[in-house]
Design a protein around this ligand. Structure first.
Ligand code: ADP
Length: 484
């Protein structure tokens, strides 16, 4: 099984107005297997003309979808959830094939990603307004919630299923139509999900999918069009800033889920074995290619050597290989650029005095492999301390007081995930209040949950996905003044 059966030849196409189509220019681009660099398939390379056709379809479908019954939208999402779960193995193989992650992790992503459909299936019938007697009397104040309108949903390559389902699920539940632009490096899983929506009878034009290598051209064309009312983006902070700037013209609503620089803090009273278990998850999930990945380990000086040794032992034992091979625990990085970037961060840290405890040198190809690596003592001004590593490298430094570690953890332009290991309840609460991050994991290395509001602050963006907040991003409010 490779998972490619989920995307039969007919579906290696754009999906516009309920039809699978080539790009109007006829252009195509290859999708590669990151484990051996071979070409998996070719897909249409859409341009602005195709994008506008997709928005035409989304705009035409919007009134009908707005008028649909919440339960109808919920039942479609529930059917999509059931369909993804019924094909969990196939989805896991496809995710692993195009993105590189080990099969076991891909299965985890299928469970997580499908759950957004179930969650938003349940949210669709819960959309509600408000009725309020005006404080001064004499009138009633009503609020109505409405779908914001056609959306552009742009996803990254690191979680090919979950990044799409948490946007698509929320938008569908709210009653929005959409143009989805999956990452050009991993577009196949989105096409597989699209095939499911076609099969279960989602009305034509509600969900349109554009595969392209010309993201800037496509997003600029769509955002210049006043019919587009919202953009939800997950990706790098520099691209997020371009899109926020671009939104000024037509003032689209924006949700921005951008980069992170997560601190992972281990206090002297923490259960050290549990902290190492959590650290392995927070660091190594997705080979470190996650915006929630622990990026800076701050370990109390009294336990730092032991923590580093335990981490190095665990990291050094991991089996690196092709994600689809049974037994693989660490797959390839996404491309050559990713390997070069991780190598440069590690080399830079070493040049500034960090010690390599394990790993530290890129592996030879084919495939884009970098070994699990542990570094000790990278200085605060090293690039690795200030940039998202997006690779399997744990950089550990020490601290002595709570005030010091809070200041250092917050000393970043980012504010997405953070992690704290401690046995002290009062300290737990102090840390949750003091850390300037959208998410704080206490004695856990995993914060993602479809029922929780995922998102960040500062340069990690704004808006929340999942939880009760997720659907709000796709709803407008009309207030009705009603004198009695
Ligand atoms: P990464 O560096 O992790 O690939 P990016 O932010 O470059 O992250 O990519 C995330 C998503 O944003 C991808 O779908 C990519 O195609 C898209 N993208 C990149 N540049 C732009 C742009 N100028 N406008 C819109 N989307 C873009």
């Amino acid at each position: 099984m490779t998972g490619l059966d989920l995307v039969p030849a007919r579906h290696r196409a754009l999906f516009i107005d309920g039809e699978w189509r080539p790009a109007q220019s006829g252009a195509v681009f290859p999708v590669h297997d990151p484990a051996d660099e071979s070409v998996l398939v070719e897909l249409p390379d859409a341009d602005a003309t195709d994008a506008r056709a997709a928005l035409d379809a989304a705009a035409a479908a919007q009134p009908g979808w707005t008028a649909s019954a919440p339960r109808e939208r919920g039942e479609l999402l529930r059917a999509a959830y059931e369909a993804v779960v019924a094909q969990s193995d196939e989805f896991a193989h496809l995710i692993s094939l195009e993105m590189g992650k080990p099969l076991a992790e891909a299965k985890g992503e299928v469970a997580y990603g499908a759950e957004f459909f179930r969650w938003f299936a349940e949210e669709a019938p819960r959309i509600q307004g408000r009725w309020l007697a005006a404080p001064g009397g004499g009138s009633r104040l009503l609020t109505i919630r409405k779908p914001v309108g056609p959306c552009l949903l742009i996803t990254p390559w690191n979680f090919p299923l979950a990044m799409a389902t948490r946007k698509v699920g929320a938008a569908l539940a709210a009653g929005c139509t959409m143009v989805v632009k999956p990452a050009e490096l991993t577009p196949l899983t989105t096409l597989a999900v699209t095939g499911i929506f076609e099969r279960i009878g989602l009305p034509a034009g509600v969900l349109n999918v554009i595969t392209t290598t010309k993201a800037p051209e496509v997003s600029a064309a769509l955002m210049a069009d006043r019919r587009l009312r919202k953009v939800s983006f997950t990706g790098s902070t520099p691209v997020g800033k371009i899109l926020v700037g671009q939104s000024a013209g037509e003032l689209q609503r924006m949700s921005m889920e951008l980069g992170g620089n997560a601190p992972f803090i281990v206090f002297e009273d923490a259960d050290l074995d549990a902290a190492v278990d959590g650290a392995m998850v927070a660091k190594m999930r997705n080979m470190g290619e996650a915006c929630t990945a622990a990026n800076r380990f701050f370990v109390h000086a009294s336990v730092a050597d032991r923590f580093a040794q335990l981490m190095a032992d665990r990291m050094g034992m991991l089996v690196v290989g092709r994600g689809q091979e049974p037994g693989t625990q660490v797959g390839p990085l996404i491309d050559a650029r990713a390997v070069a970037s991780v190598s440069a961060l590690v080399d830079g840290a070493v040049a500034q005095g960090a010690t390599v405890v394990t790993g530290g040198k890129a592996m030879t190809g084919p495939g884009f492999f970098y070994p699990p690596t542990v570094l000790l003592g990278a200085p605060p001004d090293a690039e690795i301390t200030n940039r998202e590593i997006f690779g399997p490298v744990a950089s550990i430094s020490t601290f002595t007081t709570e005030a010091e570690v809070v200041a250092r953890a917050n000393d970043t332009e980012f504010g997405l995930a953070s992690y704290v290991y401690t046995a002290d309840l009062a300290r737990t609460l102090r840390m949750a209040e003091a850390l300037d991050f959208g998410m704080v994991g206490i004695n856990t290395g995993l914060v993602s949950n479809p029922a929780a509001p995922f998102g960040g602050m500062k340069h990690s963006g704004f808006g929340r996905e999942g939880g009760f907040e997720g659907i709000e991003e796709y709803l407008e409010t009309t207030y009705v003044a009603l004198p009695l």
